[in-house]
Design a protein around this ligand. Structure first.
Ligand code: GSH
Length: 254
């Protein structure tokens, strides 16, 4: 059996499916894809994932994409490893509810701020002709639009909307953690990993104006419990090739 994991720096989507690999003790070959050099749009990578995005899991030649799908695939393909999905139908439904919430209402909003601060700087540093060439190689129309928006800068209104969505999510998570120790109940699950990778790990540093520590003490405690897990420590220790000057979003949070 061989597992290959194509990924970028250990945060957001790349972290989200790497943490389960370590939690489950699955040996895998790590293939670093350098997003700073647009390797995800190169023909060799698009041949593996036509959407031109990381991460990708290759399990004995079966190519699995989309982090939420990859994570459930790992549960199904390796049932004898420590589970990150509740055993009961109700537990599974609660976990999937949170995954849906993070995928639809959190991920893109944190990402917009990250892109505004980091990808925008990269995009503005590329000369006009070269930028259009890079754009032409991006397979997903939405992603092409996001690169263009990052280059010209997102509007104050767009950024404020995104911050509002994050504020709402933090409230919702804080309320849940007053009832259960983890998002989907009494067990650590893929839902916790999802919210941590996209928001929890970096929210305090990224949004100092939201007064996260004062307003969301349970979330801070939860974040520290997730960070302390040996598997998360292993995942967070994976290489970070981001230029130090651009680490407002990634490196500094660890
Ligand atoms: N919905 C996808 C999103 C994947 C995604 O947005 N990946 C980012 C890295 S966090 C990426 O490849 N960005 C580079 C690009 O799109 O050019 C998933 O869950 O796997």
């Amino acid at each position: 059996m061989t597992l290959k994991y194509y990924h970028a720096e250990p945060l957001a989507n790349s972290l989200k499916s790497m943490a389960p690999l370590f939690e489950k003790g699955l040996a895998f070959e790590s293939v670093y894809v350098n997003l700073h050099k647009f390797e995800q749009h190169e023909p060799w990578f698009v041949a593996i994932n036509p959407e031109g995005q990381v991460p990708v899991l290759d399990h004995d030649g079966a190519i699995i994409t989309q982090t939420t799908v990859i994570n459930e695939y790992l549960e199904d393909a390796f049932p004898d490893t420590p589970p990150l999905r509740p055993a009961t139908p109700e537990g599974k439904a609660r976990m999937r509810y949170w995954n849906k919430f993070v995928d639809e209402h959190v991920m893109n909003h944190v990402s917009m701020h990250g892109w505004h601060r980091m990808v925008g700087v990269i995009a503005r540093g590329i000369e006009s002709g070269a930028f259009e060439e890079i754009m032409a190689r991006i397979p997903l129309p939405d992603q092409r639009a996001k690169w263009k928006a990052a280059r010209s800068g997102f509007s104050d209104e767009q950024l404020a909307h995104a911050t509002g969505k994050i504020d709402y999510a933090l409230d919702k998570v804080e309320a849940q953690l007053s009832r259960t120790s983890w998002l989907a109940g009494d067990d650590y699950t893929l839902a916790d990993i999802n919210f941590y990778a996209h928001c929890g790990m970096m929210v305090e540093r990224m949004f100092p104006d939201l007064n996260v520590a004062a307003r969301f003490p349970r979330l801070i405690d939860w974040r520290d419990r997730v960070t302390a897990r040996p598997a998360m420590q292993q995942a967070l220790a994976m290489p970070d090739h981001t230029e130090p000057g651009l680490r407002t979003w990634s490196g500094e949070v660890r």
